[in-house]
Design a binder for this molecule. Structure first.
Ligand SMILES: Cc1ncc(COP(=O)(O)O)c(C=O)c1O
Length: 378
């Protein structure tokens, strides 16, 4: 049995009262008072022009794909080392994901590989900030601007992190955050779309509200609402928003606590790296990460799989990341690869993520580090 799980969602302890207040008030649908409050907090945090809460980061990415208007024949450059939603959002619109390799230090999209994959059909680039460590946004922004491409940030793991002093998700044209229970800040299922320019706002509100101008109606700008465009229901319930508000209000403490655990792992595992048994993560200059995950790179797949199995025997939850999209059945069907995938394939075979959640003690970190050392013979 796993007694030291991989993840345990953060709880403030006061959520129940806040949710009870929402139920009492009666507004449990979308775009309610708690949603507005969360949007304001996220705007202050990210300095984005506009924020809309969604039911998931997946939904926010789907809205982004609609807003940048990609369709059949268009190509969208993205890493293969990511979660399926990064690609699905564009495949749903009929566009082709073009998978490129990632940088060996950050496991984020390599801007040189992205540049090499450009064609006359390229419409957008997606920057995925792996583990809350920012991509090289300076290079990607220049590339996008030089070629008239949309730049979308999949900042699912990036709440509270910055690169060159700017919040992840608020640098490109559009950014997507996740509040899934596995994320630093969570409300079960949830997300947000960051609209980093005024021009996106009007249509985004319509897309989010099933293709209607209901948001304008709610503000008293029109006397009734009607169907004006395509859209879907991308809203977050105000019950979920209450849970989210609790956590966003404690973002600083949550991030600080996670960073302490991350730093403890980093110190405890330093001898392993020195002995050449595992590689610890490196955070590039300019990136301020949010300790979303702590990962090690092992020499090969067998060692990595053996380590996960050995930790499981000791009741410790640890996982790999990701099955690269280019090698998944749907990735082969809907996407194409540009260039070598060496770093992606190596990471998929050699990476392990260790438990990291607020509430883990120094003793827990020492226990995991010790189990890792023993398993690797360090
Ligand atoms: C990089 C990335 N993109 C998108 C998502 C999807 O997020 P959600 O579960 O909120 O839809 C995730 C979730 O794990 C993710 O890690």
């Amino acid at each position: 049995m796993t007694d030291l799980p991989f993840n345990r969602p953060y709880r403030t302890g006061t959520e129940a009262a806040r949710i009870a207040a929402v139920l009492e008030r009666g507004w449990t649908g979308g775009n309610g008072p708690q949603s507005r409050h969360c949007e304001l907090l996220l705007k202050q945090l990210t300095q984005s022009h506009g924020v809309l809460l969604t039911h998931s980061c997946t939904g926010a990415l789907e809205m982004a794909a609609l807003l940048v208007d990609v369709g059949a024949g268009d190509e969208v450059i993205m890493p293969s080392f990511t979660f399926v939603s990064t690609a699905n959002a564009f495949v749903l619109r009929g566009a082709t994901p073009v998978f490129v390799d990632v940088d060996a230090v950050t496991l984020n999209i390599d801007p040189r590989r992205a540049a090499a994959a450009l064609t006359a059909r390229t419409k957008a680039i997606v920057a995925v900030h792996y583990g809350g460590v920012g991509c090289d946004m300076a290079a990607l922004s220049t590339l996008a601007a030089d070629h008239g491409l949309a730049l979308i940030e999949d900042a699912a793991q990036g709440i509270g992190a910055t690169v060159d002093g700017r919040a992840l998700g608020a640098i490109g044209d559009l950014g997507a955050l996740s509040f899934h229970e596995t994320k630093n800040v969570s409300c079960g299922e949830g997300g947000a779309l960051l609209l980093n320019d005024a021009r996106w706002l009007e249509r985004a509100e319509i897309l989010q509200e099933k293709g209607t101008n209901r948001s304008r109606f709610s503000r008293g700008e029109v006397d009734h609402y009607t169907w004006v465009d395509i859209g879907s229901s991308f809203l977050m319930s105000d019950v979920s928003a209450a849970l989210l508000a609790e956590q966003l209000e404690q973002l600083e403490q949550i991030t600080a606590a996670r960073l302490r655990i991350w730093d403890a792992y980093h110190a405890a595992l330093e001898p392993l790296e020195r002995a050449g048994l595992a590689q610890r993560p490196r955070i590039p200059a300019g990136a301020r990460h949010n300790a979303h995950l702590y990962r090690l790179m092992l020499p090969d797949r067998a060692t990595r799989d053996g380590l996960i199995a050995a930790l499981a025997v000791e009741g410790i939850g640890a996982y790999f990341h990701y099955v690269p999209l280019h090698s998944a059945p749907a990735g082969e069907r809907f996407g194409r690869v540009h260039g070598p995938m060496d770093v992606t394939d190596a990471a998929a075979g050699r990476l392990v993520r260790l438990p990291l959640w607020v509430g883990m003690t120094g003793g827990d970190v020492a226990r995991v580090a010790d189990a890792v050392r023993r398993a690797l013979g360090g």
